[in-house]
Design a protein around this ligand. Structure first.
Ligand SMILES: [Zn+2]
Length: 302
């Protein structure tokens, strides 16, 4: 019995030593983020990129719903890989060379931005069928293309904005994802992105044969492409107004990606006609105009 207790004690000590090698990054709500690092030396510019991540996320959302947020980042090859989001914290693991081999381990550095983004997108605000009154009601995943797709998008954009990635690294990753959809994916002919949210239940993250035909958890990468598309539209992009002569006129409001009518860039106020094709970012709209024509009144007998 004593041997058993001793063994347990030794195990506990080993676990505590292992914990000491984890890096804890704690970012309190008030003031500048504070970073505590245990076990691995990090260069000031590496710490700065993590501080910048917090500031950039606050700029992105403009508001915080928590008093404090904590990242647990385990740099170890003794535990399985994890990235698990909560509203006020996340549990993450990274390569043992996370800080010491910064240039070689960059690919995994969008993990913290991804999980941090979930505090807003997924936890503070979540898909309608994911919000259940209690744990006896199964949660629905129909909006994971938003929950994960938009988070995948912002996670990688924020990795670049914070300096965890260089702008070129972020572009390369986006281009690589876009390249896999560029020539169409056969699976999209029978399975839409929303349906791929069922994939973890069906396939349980096992390796799949005929990946392009079966599809997989495409709600991450395909969703990311949707939100990349959406981001091509500026907040104040274009306006359609009725002028003094009762005609519809479209104007571009200095948008980043421009407004097009019939394929022609809108450089100045442009007259719209019924059936005109307007393009804003990658979104195409058809302009329809109806003229009210008075109909003959039919006398009604009573
Ligand atoms: Zn996620």
């Amino acid at each position: 019995m004593i041997a058993f207790v001793l063994r347990r004690l030794i195990q506990a000590v080993i676990v505590m030593v292992a914990v000491a090698f984890f890096a804890f990054l704690l970012f309190p709500y008030v003031g500048d983020p504070v970073v505590f690092l245990l076990g691995q030396d990090a260069k000031p510019e590496q710490i700065q990129a993590h501080r910048a991540l917090v500031q950039q996320m606050y700029k992105l959302y403009g508001a915080r719903h928590f008093d404090r947020y904590e990242f647990l980042l385990a740099l170890t090859d003794k535990l399985g890989g994890i990235g698990l989001e909560h509203q006020r914290s996340s549990e993450n693991s990274g390569d043992t060379g996370y800080f010491t081999e910064w240039d070689k381990t960059w690919l995994g550095r969008d993990l913290l931005p991804h999980e941090f983004n979930h505090s807003w997108n997924g936890k503070y605000r979540r898909g309608a069928d994911l919000t259940t009154p209690n744990f006896n009601v199964p949660m629905g995943d129909s909006l994971l293309w938003l929950y994960e797709g938009q988070t995948q998008f912002w996670g990688q954009v924020l990795a670049a904005r914070s300096g965890l990635w260089s702008p070129q690294q972020a572009r390369d990753v986006l281009a690589n994802v876009a390249g896999t959809y560029d020539r169409g994916r056969p699976g999209l002919a029978w399975r839409n992105l929303q349906d791929t949210t069922n994939d973890p239940t069906i396939a349980q993250r096992r390796a799949l044969a005929f990946r392009n035909y079966q599809m997989s958890e495409d709600y991450y990468s395909g969703g990311q492409m949707v939100w990349l598309d959406v981001d091509g539209v500026s907040r104040r992009h274009a306006v359609i107004r009725i002028d003094a002569a009762d005609r519809a006129v479209i104007e571009d409001l200095g948008s980043t990606n421009g407004t097009f009518v019939g394929g022609v860039p809108v450089a100045r106020a442009t007259l719209l006609r019924d059936g005109d094709c307007i393009r804003i970012g990658t979104v195409e709209l058809t302009f329809r105009a109806w003229v009210d024509t008075p109909t003959k009144r039919i006398a009604r007998r009573t």
